[in-house]
Design a protein around this ligand. Structure first.
Ligand code: NI
Length: 176
């Protein structure tokens, strides 16, 4: 396994529309293992393949909501290959989102509260499940990446520019 470099805004690769996975192979599983390692190291709760420069419709998510007796997060890795969303709820939910490609920046984003998702797992098995709460939010955020959309693209131009300016400033401070 390997920790891969994460692509950050404004890298044009993040605007790529990712292509479906034709067959889930050992190569796919190796990429997935590397994506998990990269995501846990960052740390983050979700990562799309394009965020490590691979334009394939593959996502990994681990909300790590549960903790063990010592307060360490319990891993709950989930893989979504070629995911599709069906029947998003009319009810919306606002969550303060962040993204490993927009480091340390957060903004409130409104999305359907629940969705039915259909996807393949790392063994090529098909799944369909109604998801809600943070998992639904996170899946929709990650699926946006497959269409070349980053969460700040949902903000007004003024708010988006503010986030990008803050990010630029943080990078300058880091480099200084
Ligand atoms: Ni993201």
């Amino acid at each position: 396994m390997a920790i891969l470099p994460i692509v950050e805004v404004p890298d044009p690769r993040l605007k790529t529309v990712s292509t479906p996975v034709d067959a889930v192979t050992d190569e796919t599983r190796k990429l997935i293992a590397d994506m998990f390692e990269t995501m846990y190291d960052a740390p983050g709760i979700g990562l799309a393949a394009i965020q490590v420069g691979v334009p394939k419709r593959i996502l990994v998510i681990d909300l790590q909501e549960e903790e063990d007796e010592e307060g360490n997060p319990i891993k709950d890795p989930r893989v979504f290959i070629n995911p599709e969303l069906i029947d998003p709820s009319e009810e919306l939910r606002t969550y303060e989102e962040g993204c490993l490609s927009v480091p340390d920046q957060f903004a409130d984003i409104e999305r359907p509260d629940s969705v039915t998702a259909r996807w393949l797992d790392e063994n090529g098995e098909q799944h369909e499940e109604r998801l809600d709460g943070l998992l639904a939010t996170c899946l929709q955020h990650e699926m946006d990446h497959l269409e070349g959309i980053v969460f700040i693209d949902h903000l007004s131009r003024m708010k988006r520019n503010m986030v990008l300016k803050k990010l630029e400033k943080a990078r300058r401070l880091k480099a200084a």
